[in-house]
Design a binder for this molecule. Structure first.
Ligand SMILES: NC(=O)c1ccc[n+]([C@@H]2O[C@H](COP(=O)([O-])OP(=O)(O)OC[C@H]3O[C@@H](n4cnc5c(N)ncnc54)[C@H](OP(=O)(O)O)[C@@H]3O)[C@@H](O)[C@H]2O)c1
Length: 258
């Protein structure tokens, strides 16, 4: 049986994006099988070619994670045929209040919660019975440093990432006795389409390859929280720890509010 510390069979959602694609390449090797999901078929195929070139066996899946039935069916079929060591639930979208601070559209808010929170929970809930039954497995949930304190320019995004953080922490405690590891990943700014579309300053921007290396190391060490980069991690952690009235003033002074 393959070890979860050195996973051999890895499933990544949102593999067509910057962080997901970099993670796929970080795990691509001749010992590994990658299950890669995205919606953008040409990008998925391009990534599969790169990962196969690095020696990995690659199976792709074009799927919208908002389609719960299709998501569950795909995961069930996989788990019945194979043993997935590591699942990285990474697919995500962003939304903001707009240039005139007009606010988010309800359809966007609902869609964002479906992708960023509910689909991650559904991936975890579908995988847990299989991993628990065999007493082995690892689930990484991609949250964000934006989950520490709500930024006025991205309310529903922050809410979704705070939800992922709390859910992942709870799952970790629940599943520890069953040798199923759960990790909450909280990136700061990482260069991607989503990041570029976000309003506000983006200090300490990392490239996706650096983020993927850091996440992979943190997962190998089974760290409960994999958060980076250090200065932004510390700053956002303080925002959560300080009295909210002080944090509110800091956030405004840093231009994350009008
Ligand atoms: N970049 C940052 O600064 C940053 C910071 C903190 C946390 N994060 C988190 O990191 C994760 C990856 O973000 P990224 O920066 O790599 O963004 P990205 O390049 O925009 O990638 C987003 C990924 O999510 C997938 N996705 C979105 N909606 C989907 C849906 N309905 N069904 C299936 N897949 C869907 C996209 O697939 P398609 O392109 O194929 O549609 C794409 O693969 C997200 O959860 C994000 O919130 C990013």
């Amino acid at each position: 049986m393959s070890s979860t510390r050195e996973p051999k069979k890895i499933l990544i959602t949102g593999a067509t994006g910057a962080i997901g694609g970099a993670l796929a390449q970080a795990y691509a090797s001749s010992q590994n099988t990658l299950y890669l999901q995205g919606r953008n078929m040409p990008r998925l195929e391009e990534l599969a070619v790169i990962c196969r070139g690095l020696g990995a066996k690659v199976i792709t899946k074009v799927l919208d994670v908002k389609d719960s039935d299709a998501l569950v069916q795909w995961l069930h079929e996989l788990c019945q045929q194979d043993t997935i060591d590591l699942v990285i639930a990474n697919a995500g979208v962003n939304s903001n209040i707009g240039p005139e601070c007009q606010g988010e559209q309800w359809e966007n808010i609902r869609g964002l919660i479906e992708v960023n929170l509910l689909s991650l929970m559904l991936v975890a809930e579908t995988m847990i019975p299989f991993m628990r039954a065999r007493g082995n497995g690892q689930i990484a949930l991609i949250s964000s440093l934006a989950g520490y304190f709500g930024l006025p320019i991205t309310p529903s995004y922050c809410a979704s990432k705070a939800g992922v953080k709390a859910y992942g922490e709870a799952l970790r405690g629940w599943l520890k006795p069953y040798d199923v590891r759960v990790n909450v990943v909280m990136p700061g700014y990482v260069d991607s389409a989503m990041c570029r579309a976000m309003p506000g300053p983006k200090p300490f921007l990392w490239q996706p390859e650096k983020a993927a290396r850091y996440i992979k190391l943190g997962l190998a060490q089974n760290r409960p929280r994999i958060s980076f980069p250090f200065p932004l991690n510390l700053g956002t952690w303080f925002l959560a720890a300080l009295p909210a009235g002080i944090s509110e003033r800091i956030v405004r002074a840093l231009n994350y509010a009008k």
